[in-house]
Design a protein around this ligand. Structure first.
Ligand code: PGA
Length: 250
């Protein structure tokens, strides 16, 4: 039985005061969520604040991205060991906004995945197709390619214990979802692709769903066999809505 995980991706949002209010709201309601793991991913600069507020709770925190390098002359980067020092447990890698807006390719995403692992972070590896890729019927090809890049670099044992997030790009921030059955199809495909290498690792790995997941549709998505929780953007910015999603996973 895989324990569900709900991850909030706060993206480039929040002031110090706003982030404090949000973390306090989640902190206050988190005890009502017992059967799911919760993690929030603020911007890098807000991590210390959030860490202080959530330190004695069951809510974990993580980063939205991580450098592929551990240290050195890489201006502007943030390394995985630095995140570990701030108590981060997770790091999102390969979010579609990083891939599309900042040109991250499969090879860089794989290196980031490895860097997170080296430091002991749990990577949340994002995969997902663009709208025209879905319409051309190549969703599995695209998602398979994104997954294989990491599988080749890390091996199936390197994938074990990490988290995958399937986020169709056309569903992110659009309010549009393909519905639970369509989600399940791709989640099952991802699990089968890992199972082709190692059945036990595939059975244990958590595959989150992302893209316009909210309080009103979370329960039906999380009820699907291969959907093990969610990666939540917009709806994670309001404590009550985020907690509703967390409870739907319980
Ligand atoms: P959304 O974003 O929930 O706002 O669609 C999800 C994500 O980008 O991870």
């Amino acid at each position: 039985m895989r324990r569900k995980l709900v991850a909030g991706n706060w993206k480039l949002n929040g002031t110090l005061a706003g982030v404090e209010r949000l973390a306090e709201g989640i902190r206050a309601g988190a005890q009502t969520v017992s059967a799911a793991d919760i993690v929030v991913c603020p911007t890098f600069v807000h991590i210390p604040k959030v860490a202080g507020l959530l330190a004695d709770t069951s809510v974990a925190w993580g980063a939205q991205d991580v450098s592929d390098q551990d240290e050195g002359a890489y201006t502007g980067e943030v390394a995985a060991p630095m995140l570990v020092e701030l108590g981060c447990r997770y790091a999102i890698v390969g979010h579609s906004e990083r891939r599309i807006l900042y040109g991250e390719d499969d090879a860089l995403v794989a290196r980031k995945f490895l860097a997170a692992r080296r430091a002991g972070l749990i990577p949340i590896l994002c995969v997902g197709e663009l709208l025209d890729e879905r319409e051309s019927g190549i969703t599995e090809q695209v998602v398979g390619r994104q997954l294989d890049a990491v599988l080749e670099a890390a091996g199936e044992t390197g994938l074990a214990g990490s988290v995958i997030a399937y986020e169709p790009v056309w569903a992110i921030g659009t309010g549009r979802t393909g519905g639970p059955e369509q989600a399940q199809e791709v989640h099952a495909f991802i699990r089968a692709r890992i199972a082709a290498r190692d059945g036990t690792i595939a059975e244990r790995i958590r595959i989150l769903h992302g893209g316009s997941v909210k309080g009103s549709n979370a329960a039906e998505l999380f009820a699907m066999e291969d959907v093990d929780g969610g990666l939540i953007g917009g709806a994670s910015l309001k404590a009550e809505e985020f907690l509703t999603i967390c409870r739907a996973a319980s």
